[in-house]
Ligand binder design. Structure first.
Ligand code: PKZ
Ligand code: UBL
Length: 399
């Protein structure tokens, strides 16, 4: 603790350990310290008792309340120096060469601190900006080369950009959703869809869609589709009908701005680790989807699977369809494996074929029929997946 009282320092410079600005050359240059600035006091109480020889002008930008001197900076002395521009820029004012520890433009003191260095400080500031520009240009020129040479760099940058797009666009879209629709509602999905539909252009992806008319069923429905990757969000938005919400894992709710936007869009969150709680949520969905007239989009594989095949289906979606007595509409996306494979760091442009299949009726079915319904849907979707992916013969070989 610093003792306060009559011996407390009077000047701002003492509290912050910033050396006062003094001429470095000429007749007014201080003779002590071999022509350098007086060194900032170290963090002992000794310096508090010994007043500085001449009171320099206190800076106007960071005033200290009169009668309430600031406590000494908690930063170690070197950091405190740097904050006042006396660290890495001091050699310029002293007319000395750069210190050995100089690390290039990324390690400069902040702009306001550099300004304290006067004309020379400003000169250095503009040379720093030039340095930044050169670095930026070099990186920009190098990126395409690196992306061309290294599949890992290409993949990381493209997928990183994909995530960035989602996070940034979610942050920008959330206030729009709130302003237009006032809160969590399926109507927000229209806004989200409009935004996400533009993403494909950044990645050179094309969608060839067939069977959209199959969505035109009276009232609610369960839509089931294959889930290969997070890139599916583009495919989802490409065909998403009005008044349709998705079932998602609850972890997505905590994915920052993305969590916020999908919450606002009305996504139904389930805990995959707890079958009983997921079943309760799904039962609630079955009750309300008819009254709210919404369609519900479920990924029955329950997780992403980018092998070019389907995982066995979970039964939740089919239970809901039977409980609500609504049709199941299968949607199939062709395999991404020719242009996207995280294990091989593959992510190029590509074409995705999408087919919306005719609805499968569930009227009159009971819970006893759920397994059969699930199997039927699985077979139809798998056959379609192989056909769309240009491997029609494989369905018999691997089933
Ligand atoms: C502007 C920028 C915007 C940016 C933003 C854009 C994005 C905006 C869109 C976001 C979109 C998110 C999209 C996320 C995508 C995922 O998060 S995918 C992962 C989450 N989804 C799922 O998991 C759905 C599929 N899973 C299921 O349906 C599962 O059945 C459940 C309900 C989770 C239960 O799982 P399980 O216990 O592991 O599996 P399962 O074998 O099916 O069930 C066990 C038993 O319970 C029975 N059972 C299951 N469900 C039920 C039920 N409902 N009733 C009665 N019995 C049942 C089964 O029949 C089975 O019993 P048996 O027949 O064997 O005797
Ligand atoms: C603490 C935060 C944890 C949440 C991590 C989520 C990070 C992703 C966040 C934003 C990326 C943009 C894409 C948004 C929508 C992605 C939907 C999606 O595809 O989720 C995957 C899920 O269907 C299955 O998950 P798993 O394959 O079982 O894994």
């Amino acid at each position: 603790m610093v003792k306060q009282g009559p011996k407390a320092p009077t000047y701002y410079h003492e509290w912050t350990q910033i050396p006062p600005r003094m001429p470095t050359r000429g007749p007014n240059a201080p003779s002590s310290h071999h022509g350098r600035h007086p060194q900032p006091p170290h963090r002992t109480t000794k310096h508090l008792r010994a007043p500085l020889p001449a009171p320099p002008q206190p800076p106007t930008s960071l005033p200290t309340a009169p009668g309430r001197p600031r406590p000494p900076s908690p930063c170690p002395p070197r950091l405190a120096e740097g904050r006042a521009g006396a660290g890495r820029t001091a050699h310029i004012r002293r007319g000395q060469p750069r210190a050995k520890g100089w690390k290039g433009p990324g390690f400069s003191s902040p702009r306001w601190a550099r300004g304290l260095g006067g004309v020379k400080g400003r000169e250095e500031s503009s040379s720093m900006e030039l340095g930044w520009l050169l670095w930026g240009a070099a990186v920009l020129l190098l990126l395409p080369v690196l992306m061309e040479l290294s599949p890992a760099v290409n993949f990381a940058l493209r997928i990183g950009f994909y995530y960035l797009l989602f996070f940034v666009c979610s942050a920008l879209t959330a206030p729009v959703c709130l302003l237009v629709n006032g809160g969590r509602t399926v109507k927000n999905m229209r806004i989200i869809k409009t935004v996400v539909k533009t993403f494909k252009y950044f990645f050179g992806l094309r969608f060839e869609v067939k069977g959209l008319e199959n969505f035109e069923v009276e009232g609610p429905a369960i839509i089931v589709s294959n889930h290969q990757s997070i890139l599916d969000m583009m495919g989802l938005m490409e065909v998403l009908p009005d008044n349709c919400v998705q079932v998602g894992k609850k972890e997505l709710m905590y994915a920052g701005t993305v969590g916020l936007i999908i919450y606002l869009g009305g996504v139904i969150f389930i805990n995959r680790k707890s079958t009983s709680s997921a079943k309760m949520v799904m039962a609630e969905v079955a009750k309300t989807m008819a009254t709210d007239n919404v369609k519900v989009w479920v990924y029955p594989e329950g997780t992403r699977n980018c092998t070019g095949d389907l995982l066995p289906f979970k039964k939740g979606a089919f239970h809901v369809a039977v409980q609500a007595q609504v049709p199941v509409i299968p949607v199939v996306y062709s395999s991404f494996t020719t242009f996207y494979n995280p294990k091989k760091n593959l992510f190029t442009s590509g074409k995705i074929k999408v087919e919306v299949l005719p609805p499968i009726e569930t009227k009159g079915l009971t819970s006893d029929d759920v397994s059969e319904l699930t199997d039927r849907c699985y077979r139809i979707m798998r056959e379609t997946l192989f056909r769309l992916s240009g491997r029609p013969g494989e369905v018999k070989d691997s089933s």
